[in-house]
Write a protein that binds this ligand. Structure first.
Ligand SMILES: NC(=O)c1ccc[n+]([C@@H]2O[C@H](COP(=O)([O-])OP(=O)(O)OC[C@H]3O[C@@H](n4cnc5c(N)ncnc54)[C@H](O)[C@@H]3O)[C@@H](O)[C@H]2O)c1
Length: 265
């Protein structure tokens, strides 16, 4: 039986990923801050699919908790086949209004949380020639206004993933980075933002998404199996990413015009 650790699996995309992997017969460790929800999901998945699904409390910013989880997984499973660094938070606001404390909070969780996950679990993935999947965001590839902290944290996750793609290749570890645009989840419940307008816009974008967390989880499962490095779940964003790569001048004009249009409304 294959063994996977998914962070932030008590809600949203992490939960959808836990369901997908358990449904495919994997043993799943659900690691999250939310104990009650996490425990409930783990026991549901265990009774539904019969695989060894269990919950472990984890704050991805806490190194002692990461080390404890390495010990628990090594003892229980004697190894690990895949890690998904999915847990994350959102923040919004212009560079001069979002507090530096909230900027740091975003980077500590989204970027340093993923770095810590890699630091502690890559040795086990090297042993199994397993898979590493980091959940970044479209904001890690395309950097929109009013989201500098979130964009910086997710661009860092993209850079981390690209670095590890070649660094871990000699060990047979496949590395993927997931870059979704907005989709409905509980992300806005914990958002730190300096403007309510930004949160309302984010809500609208989430509700307009052509894909949901279950769709993205299936794309991640298939993409990782095929060894796909960048997984962009929606066509429009995939085109925007191509525009930026192949025609950066045009892309910058497009982004500036877009902001002028929004500001003049
Ligand atoms: N929803 C979107 O529009 C969207 C778009 C692009 C990328 N993402 C990314 O997808 C990932 C999943 O987010 P989601 O949208 O499913 O949100 P969500 O809030 O529904 O789920 C996030 C989970 O992460 C957990 N978490 C937060 N901080 C944690 C910490 N310090 N330690 C452990 N667990 C922690 C939360 O408890 C929660 O269960 C995040 O990395 C997010 O940045 C989301």
């Amino acid at each position: 039986m294959k063994r996977i650790l998914i962070t932030g699996a008590a809600s949203g995309l992490g939960l959808a990923l836990a369901k997908k992997y358990a449904g495919e017969g994997w043993a799943v460790c659900i690691a999250d801050l939310q104990d009650k929800e996490g425990q409930k999901i783990a026991s549901q998945l265990k009774s539904q699919h019969g695989s060894d699904c269990f919950f472990q409390h984890l704050d991805i910013t806490n190194e002692d908790q990461w080390q404890a989880l390495v010990n628990i997984i090594s003892e229980r499973w004697s190894g690990l086949d895949a890690l998904i660094n999915n847990a994350g938070v959102a923040s919004g606001g212009t560079i001069d209004t979002l507090s530096l404390k909230d900027f740091q909070w975003t980077v500590d969780i989204n970027l340093m949380g993923a770095v810590k996950g890699c630091y502690y679990f890559v040795p086990l993935l090297k042993e199994s020639s397993g898979a590493l999947i980091n959940v970044a965001s479209m904001a890690g590839l395309i950097h929109m206004r009013n989201m500098s902290a979130y964009a910086v944290s997710k661009a860092g996750v993209v850079a981390l993933s690209e670095t590890l793609l070649s660094e871990l290749d000699p060990f047979g570890v496949k590395v993927s980075v997931v870059c979704p645009a907005s989709f409905p989840s509980n992300l806005l419940k914990t958002i730190r933002s300096s403007s309510s307008g930004g949160v309302n816009t984010a809500k609208k974008l989430m509700n307009r998404s052509p894909v949901n967390a279950d769709d993205i989880a299936s794309m991640v499962y298939d993409g990782s199996r095929k060894g796909k490095h960048i997984i962009i779940p929606t066509r429009r964003e995939s085109l925007l990413w191509k525009l930026k790569r192949y025609f950066p001048g045009l892309y910058y004009i497009f982004m500036k015009k877009l902001v002028h249009k929004i500001v003049s409304k």
